[in-house]
Design a protein around this ligand. Structure first.
Ligand code: SAM
Length: 176
């Protein structure tokens, strides 16, 4: 399954930290790419540094227009819009898990109305307002049933060996 994310909405610039965390969750929970508009270019640098240290090739792409990405992807992706007004995750998680390609849309402060119509699924992680970070993490976990944590991240300089106490980290020899 290929999963990508797009962050839309107004005031994204004022939400740099949240946007960075949306990107970090996307990467750590099995997505291959995030599209974002109007953001601080440092977010891309942060994610590239994370890739270098912890591996993988997660991509951050800046876009001018979220709508054209959503319309383009709609050809071979199902569009999942995370919104507290949507149908319950409990009713759609099985179906979403069977889809081949997903583009997950998360909002910022205000979400354009059109996205509700463009989406194949409007999905609520409960019907109370919380956060795009928590909503995205729970959606990704439900869809992949925890299997995202079995993914390996190629060319990592550091790899954590899960341990009951303390820290066990393998550090690869530098190749450059
Ligand atoms: N009232 C705002 C709206 O939907 O227009 C809420 C914005 S909230 C700060 C930012 C984003 O978090 C939302 O666009 C949505 O993607 C996500 N979100 C927040 N609560 C959610 C929930 N209960 N279920 C699904 N997504 C949620």
């Amino acid at each position: 399954m290929v999963i990508e994310v797009v962050r839309i909405g107004q005031r994204v610039v004022r939400d740099d930290r949240v946007t960075t965390h949306v990107a970090l969750v996307s990467r750590a929970f099995g997505c291959s790419k995030i599209f974002m508009t109007e953001v601080n270019p440092e977010i891309k640098d942060t994610l590239e540094k994370i890739n270098k240290t912890w591996g993988g090739d997660f991509v951050v792409e800046f876009i001018d227009n979220w709508k054209s990405i959503v319309k383009m992807k709609k050809v071979d992706y199902k569009i999942v819009h995370l919104t507290m007004y949507g149908e319950s995750i409990n009713d759609v998680d099985e179906q979403l898990g069977k889809e081949e390609n997903l583009l997950i849309v998360v909002g910022a402060e205000k979400v354009p109305r059109e996205i509700y119509e463009l989406a194949d699924y409007n999905v609520g992680i409960g019907s109370q307002p919380h956060s795009e970070i928590s909503a995205l993490a729970i959606l990704l976990d439900r869809i992949q049933k925890g299997n995202q944590f079995k993914n390996s991240f190629s060319n990592a300089r550091r790899k954590i060996i899960p341990t009951k106490k303390g820290k066990n980290v393998i550090v690869a020899e530098r190749r450059d």
